[in-house]
Write a protein that binds this ligand. Sequence first.
Ligand code: PLP
Length: 284
Amino acid sequence: KIAYVNGSFVPHSEAKVSVFDRGFLFADGIYEVAAVLEGKLIDNASHLARLKRSVGEIQLALPETLERIEAIQKELVARNNLVNGMVYLEVTRGADKGRDFPFPKADVKPTLVMFTSEKDIINAPSARAGINVITVPDIRWERRDIKSVALLAQVLAKQAAAAAGAGEAWMIEDGKVTEGGSSSSFIVTQDDVIVTRQNGNEILPGCTRKAVVKLAEERQLRIEERAFTVEEALAAKEAFITSASVFVQGVVAIDGKKVGTGKVGPITDRLREIYVDFARATAV
Ligand code: PLP
């Protein structure tokens, strides 16, 4: 398997960055994950737009243009003969000589790395069966709209989920669901209204979330962007999550209590189909 590290394509065993890298020392970096279907990048324009926004919010200059970054993503997919999976990319504020908190001098180049992983997102068994989620307090910082590599809170949340045999952790703040550890959260109310939290500093603006909201609106499905409680989710007909690595994934239980029928619901299934069609149509 081949990774990209600062201008070179190298085997994973040689894919290394400095111990002084600010991504390692301070989590001073940004990442993106784009899905790959049949060798093509899904909704990548949206991921690159968010990358540009994230680095802007932390005053980090990308070492390459977005066009060049997409070319590298594509070359990495090709070099790995990747059919279905994901491309991970990370940019950090680079490796300085020591451990000074303020930004390094201009001569320190940002670090840019990428690697791929295989996953058959379309035929994942959990897509059919649905997943259980657990709830945990949202202990993250106040700028969750920035896709930063500071993911310790999500590591702990998703470890707790894994230990409980659940597929995702829903994070709770002020009695409301913010989002999943690595996904956006949705419910479908008893009157078929699709509800997902509005964008803001409290959640990451999910690319898949954005596409699903738009696709649902175009089909005259009712969508409300607002926060919801766990009680509301447990009283809902359906619940699901969205992310680049699962697309649309049904949630069948929360903290061991059934959602709806306890099976993946019809609106979730339909949105998944609609999203997969969109993904195929916009793949590059
Ligand atoms: N929310 C969080 C906290 C995430 O980490 C992710 C993806 O990793 C998402 C939402 C979903 O975003 P996207 O649909 O762009 O993958």
